[in-house]
Design a protein around this ligand. Sequence first.
Ligand SMILES: Cc1cc2nc3c(=O)[nH]c(=O)nc-3n(C[C@H](O)[C@H](O)[C@H](O)COP(=O)(O)O)c2cc1C
Length: 228
Amino acid sequence: MDKVISEPKPDEIKVLLHHQYQTRDTLSPSTVLPSPLDQFHVWFKEAVEDGKVHEPEAMSLSTATSSGIPSARIVLFKQLDSRGFIFYTNYTSRKSKELSENPNAALVFYWREIHRSVRVVGKVEKVSREQSEEYFKSRPVGSQLGAWASKQSTVIDEDDLTRRLKEVEEKFGDDVPLPEFWGGWRVVPNEVEFWSGKPSRLHDRVRYLRNEESSSESPSWKIDRLSP
Ligand SMILES: Cc1cc2nc3c(=O)[nH]c(=O)nc-3n(C[C@H](O)[C@H](O)[C@H](O)COP(=O)(O)O)c2cc1C
C-alpha cells in the first residue's frame, strides 16, 4: 500500500497522497444554465442520483462575528427555493448569533466521488415560521425532542442533556411543537462557483456574480470562467 502520510513525528503530519481528479463533462460558461440556482439543481440531482456520493446534502457553513472573526461547521442543506439555500438550526447557537450580528455567510459542498464542488457566498434571512414548522413536523420525533433538549453551543454538565431530554419527553410525548428558538436560515447568494476536478490540477471553475444593479428578488448574473 502507498504511504499516505510521512513517518510519524510527534509534531507534524505531512500528507503525501495526491489524488487525480477527472470529471467526464466540460464545465464552461457556455454550457451552464443562466441561473446558478437552476445549475445547482442540476448538479445536486446528479450527485444524489449518482448513488455513490455520501451525504451530498452536507455542506460547510462559514459565518463571522461583527468584527470579522470567522467560524465554520458542517450543516445539512435541506431545501433550495427560488431565493436560495436553506438549512435548519437552533437560533441561539453560535452560528445563529453570528448570523444575527453579521448576515454574511459562505457555503461549500464537496462531492468527492464525482469530483465536484460548489461554493456560495451570500446574505442570510430567516425562513418563515410556517416553513420551519412544516420542516420540523417532517423530522423524526427523536430529533424534534432533541431540538428542545439541546441549548446548542452552550457549555453543559455530563448529565444535563439526558435530564433535559427526559423532561421534554415527559412534557410533550409524541406531539412536539416547533420551539421558538429553532428554525431555518436561507442563504441568498451573490456569488456561486461550480468547480469540476481535472487532471494535473487544471480544474474547471465557473463563477456566477450577481449583477449589482439587479435585485436579490430578480437577480441577473455575470458568468465567468476562473483560472484553476
Ligand atoms: C454531517 C453533519 C451534519 C450536521 N447538520 C447540522 C444541521 O443541519 N444543523 C445544525 O444545527 N447542526 C448540524 N450539525 C452540527 C454542526 O456541525 C455544529 O456542531 C452545531 O450546529 C453547532 O455549531 P455552532 O456552535 O457553530 O452553532 C451537523 C454536523 C455534521 C457533522
